[in-house]
Design a binder for this molecule. Structure first.
Ligand code: MG
Length: 170
């Protein structure tokens, strides 16, 4: 019996991906993060709703599938995506997971912003993101941190988000 392969014949196939996004914070825009509208004096500038968290997660999934990035799938020059609710874009990305024979094992994401405090909104974000991905909220982690007043997120100019996603075949 050959011992040359360490791959079990029915072992699941795993794919991992990372995503990162930044949106400028400006007056006169809504602040939508993880599909949740958060009361604040500023919002994220973007062709879509500017939901940096949902964009980072979508990019992590597309990365895991080696299918490019959301800029390629939803061009910001296309009027169809103007003001679009990014959770709807994530639903489309979720359909690509299925189409390629994978399912979400888990997502872990971090929001990076100084203000507003978003901790109380994190459970609702997890619910919204999990619903879009058709998984349980316990498969979607969303954390938040500041950069202690430093840099573009620290001075309130921007909201950033990063995410990692693990996909498996079963
Ligand atoms: Mg974006």
């Amino acid at each position: 019996m050959s011992k040359t392969s360490n791959t079990h014949p029915i072992a699941p196939n795993f794919r991992i991906g990372t995503g990162y996004d930044v949106h400028r914070l400006v007056e006169g825009r809504d602040l939508v993060l993880g599909g949740v509208k958060i009361p604040f004096e500023k919002g994220t500038l973007g062709h879509s709703d500017g939901d940096a968290l949902t964009h980072a997660i979508a990019d992590a999934i597309l990365g895991a599938l080696a299918l490019g990035d959301i800029g390629q799938h939803f061009p910001d020059t296309d009027p169809e995506y103007e003001g679009v609710y990014s959770i709807d874009l994530l639903k489309h990305v979720a359909s690509l997971i299925k189409k390629n024979g994978f399912m979400v094992s888990n997502v872990d994401a971090t929001l990076i912003l100084q203000r507003p405090k978003v901790m109380e909104f994190l459970p609702e974000m997890r619910e919204k993101l999990a619903e879009a991905l058709e998984v349980s909220p316990d498969q979607v982690s969303v954390k938040a941190t500041t950069t202690e007043g430093m840099g573009m997120t620290g001075n309130g100019d921007a909201v950033a988000a990063q995410a990692v996603c693990l996909l498996s075949t079963f």
